[in-house]
Design a protein around this ligand. Structure first.
Ligand SMILES: Nc1ncnc2c1ncn2[C@@H]1O[C@H](COP(=O)(O)OP(=O)(O)O)[C@@H](O)[C@H]1O
Ligand SMILES: [Mg+2]
Length: 343
């Protein structure tokens, strides 16, 4: 384990900002910490960085206990939302600056900086000053500078939040690339579920300072631990069992059916009326009244033959449904099968 966190509690006054019992991270993986604003993401990152200290608990980095060690002893790279580059230094000098401080031999510095300029596609910008670069380029310089010392762990706090959508999506590729090329362990904090899914080998979900789930993006999306995770990952159809008017022998109170797992079909089992639709080009979002629930259906452009007010028939893909009891997801069982819809 490159990082172990045990029974960490961090309070601000009476308010518990973070309470994590057990979190173990492996080397050479991209971890994303995902949670809404105020869930404790930055606090967790600052505690790992040694910029904040827990009230109790233990932090171990590469086998050494570091709970109360200062930041400079931890050998970590840090990048925040605001790329604090040195304005009076060129791109090359900015990236080289941590190595100059270390008094590394000049040849080695040149080799390392050139390698990073290549990976981050900044070679042509090496002689420019930060003010001459776009926001995305500046953040690439900040990333290069953060990894030039080959840190044990690279910590990123909302590193893409200040960038335009298109640049943000481009930068994800650079982040992935830099992690792979230098075999880094990355801990990347974000409130954006799409970013978390796109980047994470594993996603760690925080809610009110507690760890709710740690799993691969696929598992998080397909099998959320609870309805908080489900909603965070875009679940819009959480239908109360009572609204389904059915008697099945499963004990649950909410059924989740993904909006992309509902299809228009002439022999569909569910009748509905289209209340409204949003045409978005690559997809169409339908709001459909199915009796006592307004279900959201994500169609594609071939579903554009429907109109508001139409009576439609829908079929549900059953294999991807999830069931929740008191907020927690429960597993299907053989003798407790959802049987509203024939197999
Ligand atoms: N220095 C501080 N003093 C008081 N409260 C703080 C401090 N830092 C963070 N908090 C509180 O702790 C909670 C978690 O904050 P933070 O870790 O910044 O969340 P996130 O990064 O997920 O938005 C928030 O409610 C925040 O107001
Ligand atoms: Mg934060």
């Amino acid at each position: 384990m490159i990082l172990s966190i045990n029974n960490i509690i961090k309070k601000f006054g009476n308010f518990t900002a973070l309470e994590i019992n057990d979190l173990e991270l492996e080397e050479n993986k991209y971890y994303v910490v995902l949670g809404p604003s105020g869930s404790g993401k930055t606090t967790l990152l600052r505690i790992i960085a040694g910029l904040e200290f827990p009230d109790s608990g233990k932090i171990t980095i590469s086998g050494n206990e570091m709970t109360n060690a200062p930041a400079w002893k931890r050998d970590l790279g840090l990048v925040f939302q605001n790329y604090a580059l040195y304005p009076h230094l060129t791109v090359y000098e900015n990236i080289a600056s941590p190595l100059n401080v270390m008094k590394m031999p000049r040849n080695e510095i040149i080799k390392r900086v050139n390698e990073l300029l290549r990976v981050m596609e900044l070679t042509d910008q090496a002689g420019k000053y930060p003010a001459q670069l776009s926001g995305g380029q500046q953040q690439r310089v900040a990333l290069a500078r953060a990894v030039i010392k080959k840190p044990t762990i690279l910590l990123l706090d909302e590193p893409l939040s200040n960038l335009d959508t298109r640049v943000r999506i481009d930068l994800r590729d650079y982040l992935k690339r830099i992690q792979k090329e230098f075999k880094l362990t990355v801990i990347h904090v974000t409130h954006d579920p799409t970013e978390a899914m796109a980047l994470g080998d594993e996603v760690i979900v925080l809610h009110h300072g507690k760890l709710i789930q740690k799993s691969s993006p696929r598992e998080l999306y397909n099998k959320p631990n609870d309805i908080f995770c489900a909603r965070l990952l875009g679940a819009v159809n959480l239908i109360p069992k009572n609204n389904l008017n059915i008697n099945d022998n499963m004990d649950y109170d909410l059924l989740e059916i993904r909006s992309e797992d509902i299809k228009f079909s002439d022999d569909g089992e569910i009748n509905g009326i289209i209340k409204s639709m949003q045409f978005l080009g690559s997809e169409i979002l339908f709001n459909i009244d199915i009796g006592n629930y307004n279900i959201k259906v994500r169609g594609d452009k071939f579903d554009d033959n429907h109109n508001e007010g139409d009576n439609v028939k829908l079929s549900f893909i059953k294999s991807t449904m999830n069931f929740y009891k008191s907020g927690k997801r429960i597993e299907h069982t053989e003798n407790g099968k959802f049987n509203k819809i024939p197999e």
